[in-house]
Design a protein around this ligand. Structure first.
Ligand code: DGL
Length: 263
């Protein structure tokens, strides 16, 4: 079963997996959520690099032809360091999101929000500047957004007032485009849009990531021509918790989530 391997620190990467499944329905998918070690967003680069290498090695045992790092933190901290150490193509979520934002922005002021690790790494900023050095980037870490989403707090006064505080520098900078640089943030789109205003474009890189995967597989003649792909989900802890949150992130319940002991 030649498959697309996808990994994330936990359940958030299902927002990316969902889009891959939508655009590439005939592809097999092996998803790994590192639920034993989530969150990655507050860990050191060395730790995130180590976890990411282990996750890739796990996926490589499952006959994968391409690996998608669905986690923004792992894409920011680990991918630039480890990408060339593997023969299989590895695609992260940073470049596709940066490309889409540079394309969308009219006033060349782009905002980036993500975990502390993602923002501190400045990887998005570097990617954006490489595409267009004239763009001014304003970045903000929004660490409480991940637990809000996992607790199902997607609206209401508390979420709104936290969002107002986090997003203030972006509003002050007059950004016209904002990259939702974390797997969980697309679920808070309505709140973020309300705070930033209707005119601001919100970039959720999942669509672009799936599109890039399709392009790479097509160019290497690796597209699956079967009828309907098979999807397998593995986690390093708490499969029940993962399954129950899958409804929120994937739009459907996941059966048969398997726990693995040694990643
Ligand atoms: N998946 C992570 C990301 O996209 C968010 C959760 C975490 O901190 O591990 O950055």
């Amino acid at each position: 079963m030649s498959a697309i391997g996808v990994f994330d620190s936990g359940v958030g990467g299902l927002t990316v997996a969902r889009e891959i499944i939508r655009q590439l329905p005939d592809e097999n998918i092996v998803y790994f959520g590192d639920t034993a070690r989530v969150p990655y967003g507050i860990k050191s680069p060395q730790t995130v690099i180590r976890f990411s290498i282990e996750n890739i090695l796990f996926l490589l045992k499952h006959d994968v032809k391409l690996i998608c790092v669905a986690c923004n933190t792992a894409s920011s901290l680990a991918l630039p360091v480890i990408r060339n150490n593997f023969r299989v193509p590895i695609i992260g979520v940073i470049t596709p999101g940066a490309k889409e934002a540079v394309y969308a922005s009219q006033n060349k002021r782009i905002g980036v929000i993500g975990t502390k690790g993602t923002i501190k790494s400045r990887t998005y900023e570097r990617e954006i500047k490489q595409l267009d050095p004239k763009v001014k980037v304003t970045a903000a870490a929004c660490p409480l957004f991940v637990p809000f989403v996992e607790e199902g707090w997607l609206s209401g006064e508390v979420v709104l007032s936290v969002a107002r505080k986090y997003l203030k520098p972006l509003r002050q900078a007059g950004v016209d485009t904002v990259i939702l640089g974390c797997t969980h943030y697309p679920l808070l789109k309505p709140v973020i849009q309300e705070v930033l205003g209707k005119g601001v474009i919100l970039i959720d890189s999942a669509k672009q990531v799936a599109f890039e995967i399709k392009k790479i597989l097509a160019s290497e003649d690796l597209l699956n021509r079967g009828k309907g792909g098979r999807h397998k989900f593995y986690v390093s802890d708490n499969p029940e918790w993962f399954s129950s949150l899958a409804q929120r992130f994937m739009g459907k319940k996941l059966m048969n989530v398997r726990k693995v002991d040694n990643v």
